[in-house]
Design a protein around this ligand. Structure first.
Ligand SMILES: [Zn+2]
Length: 128
């Protein structure tokens, strides 16, 4: 049994709900090409939600332009994401997943330019 607080759609339902690219990134830990994502225009007090389960993940005010081509945030909402060690591709990185549904969002790095020192590098297709 899972400990999630919201009922999770099945993988079949997710395949219908998400675009093929969203499904690949979120459920198969893919990565979108840099600068390919549409950066949603949002007011400063808007929220970015998980594309799978709707869990609020990041505040628009935490978003900054990292120049990497992926949406970047200097902090996540409290308890919104889980950080998981990722040693794939011969690199030691920290994967960021939705705390509610476990979907892959991106990676977090400790070289952020703001006061938090964190850089949450996310795939824009994971956010709504
Ligand atoms: Zn989620």
């Amino acid at each position: 049994m899972s400990d999630s607080t919201k009922p999770m759609p099945s993988e079949e339902e997710l395949k219908k709900k998400l675009t093929p690219k969203q499904y690949h990134v979120l459920r198969e830990k893919g990565t979108e090409a840099p600068f390919s994502g549409k950066l949603l225009p949002l007011s400063k007090d808007g929220l970015y939600h998980c594309a799978v389960c709707g869990n609020p993940l990041f505040a628009a005010g935490a978003k900054f332009d990292s120049g990497t081509g992926w949406p970047s945030f200097d902090q996540a909402l409290p308890g919104a994401v889980r950080e998981v060690a990722d040693d794939s591709l011969g690199m030691s990185r920290t994967e960021v997943v939705c705390a509610n549904c476990g979907s892959h969002l991106g990676h977090v790095f400790d070289d952020g330019p703001t006061a938090t020192g964190k850089r949450y590098c996310t795939n824009s297709v994971c956010l709504v």
